[in-house]
Design a binder for this molecule. Structure first.
Ligand SMILES: Cc1cc2nc3c(=O)[nH]c(=O)nc-3n(C[C@H](O)[C@H](O)[C@H](O)COP(=O)(O)OP(=O)(O)OC[C@H]3O[C@@H](n4cnc5c(N)ncnc54)[C@H](O)[C@@H]3O)c2cc1C
Length: 293
C-alpha cells in the first residue's frame, strides 16, 4: 500500500478547508489497515482516519499524523439476509441504496447524514429520533495490536459520541435492518429530505451541526439565533443565515475562520443564556477551540 506525503485534506472535507496530512494512505483491506498502523507505530507517528470529512475541521497548518481514508472493499456495502454489511468507509448514501434495493428498512434516517458508516460509529450519528446505536449490530475496530468486533455498548455510543480514540479504525460495520416495502422506504426518505431542506442549508459547504444541543429548552440553533448570530461572518466563514447551528464556507474560508465563529458563538451563548455549548464538530491537527471565559 502506498504511503503519500503532504496530501491536502481540504478537498476531503465538506467545508473545503484545512491543511495537509504529513502522511496519507488509502487502505482497502483490513490487512492494509493493520499494515498502515504498524508503519505509523514504527515511526511513532499518530494515526487518524477520516470518512467524508462531513463533521471535520482540519487545522490550516496541517496534521502531523498518518491519515487514513478507507477505499476499495472497505468503502463498499452489500446486504446479507437482514444484515447490511459495509466497509467503514462506505458512504451512508450507498448503504441506504443497497438496503432499499433489498427491501430493508431502518436506515432511512441516515439519508440526511452525508458521512460514512465508520464516521457514523465515531459520532453515533443520528437524526429524526434514530441513531447508529439503534441499528448497528457490531463494528470491526482495528488498532495496532488487534482487530475486534465490538457491539454498540462496547463502543460506548451515546449522544453524538463514542469511546473510540484516534488510532482505532472502524474497518467494517454490520447493521441489523428489517424487511420493508421499497416504496415505503422511498416515501420516508423523500419526507425526511424535504424536512431537511426546509430547515437547514443543503446547497452550501458546511460540516453539519456545529454544537450539540444543550440541556436547555432552546436548541443550539435557536439559542444562537437569539444571540443575533445568523449571517455573522469571520473571514470567509459565515454562520448560516438559514440555521444558526451551521457554519458555511462563504468565500474561501479557512478552518481558523470557523474556529473564530465557534468561539464567538460560545461566548455569546454563555453571556446571554449561561450555557457553555459543546462542539459537535471534530477537530484534526493542532486546532483548538478557545475556552469560554
Ligand atoms: C449537511 C450536513 C448535514 C448533517 N446532518 C447530520 C445529522 O443529521 N446527524 C448527524 O449525526 N450528523 C450530521 N452531519 C455530520 C456528519 O455527516 C456525521 O457526523 C457523519 O457521521 C460523519 O461521518 P464522516 O464519515 O464524514 O466522518 P468525518 O467527518 O470524516 O470524521 C468524523 C470523526 O470520525 C472519525 N472517523 C471517521 N471515519 C472513521 C473510521 N472509519 N474509523 C475511525 N474513526 C473514523 C474521524 O477521525 C473524526 O474524528 C451532517 C453534516 C453535514 C455536512
Amino acid at each position: 500500500m502506498k504511503i503519500e506525503h503532504d496530501v491536502g485534506l481540504g478537498r476531503f472535507t465538506t467545508l473545503g478547508a484545512g491543511g495537509a496530512a504529513r502522511a496519507f494512505a488509502r487502505p482497502s483491506t483490513v490487512e492494509e489497515v493493520a499494515e498502515a498502523l504498524v508503519w505509523a507505530r514504527e515511526r511513532e507517528i499518530p494515526v487518524a482516519t477520516i470518512g467524508l470529512g462531513s463533521n471535520l475541521l482540519v487545522a490550516d497548518e496541517g496534521v502531523e499524523a498518518l491519515v487514513l481514508k478507507l477505499g476499495g472493499a472497505l468503502a463498499a456495502a452489500e446486504v446479507r439476509g437482514d444484515l447490511l454489511v459495509a466497509g467503514g468507509g462506505a458512504p451512508n448514501a450507498v448503504c441506504l441504496h443497497r438496503a432499499r434495493a433489498a427491501g430493508l428498512g431502518g436506515f432511512e434516517f441516515a439519508c440526511a447524514i452525508p458521512g460514512t458508516t465508520g464516521g457514523g460509529v465515531w459520532m453515533n450519528a443520528g437524526a429524526y429520533g434514530s441513531d447508529w446505536s439503534q441499528v448497528l449490530e457490531r463494528a470491526l475496530v482495528v488498532d495496532d495490536s488487534a482487530a475486534r468486533w465490538l457491539t454498540p455498548a462496547e463502543l460506548g455510543l451515546s449522544y453524538r459520541r463514542s469511546a473510540l480514540r484516534h488510532g482505532q479504525v472502524v474497518a467494517r460495520t454490520e447493521f441489523r435492518l428489517a424487511p420493508k416495502p421499497q416504496d415505503e422506504i422511498k416515501a420516508k426518505v423523500t419526507e425526511l429530505q424535504a424536512l431537511r431542506k426546509a430547515a437547514q442549508p443543503t446547497n452550501k459547504r458546511t460540516f453539519g451541526s456545529v454544537f450539540k444541543n444543550p440541556e436547555h429548552e432552546l436548541t443550539a440553533g435557536r439559542m444562537l439565533e437569539a444571540c443575533g448570530l445568523r449571517g455573522f461572518m469571520s473571514g470567509g466563514a459565515q454562520i448560516s443565515p438559514k440555521h444558526a447551528n451551521f457554519i458555511e464556507n462563504a468565500d474561501e474560508a479557512r478552518s481558523a475562520d470557523a474556529v473564530a465563529l465557534i468561539a464567538e458563538a460560545r461566548r455569546r451563548a454563555r453571556e446571554q443564556f449561561g450555557v457553555v455549548l459543546e462542539p459537535e464538530v471534530q477537530l484534526l491537527g493542532a486546532i483548538e477551540i478557545p475556552p469560554v471565559e
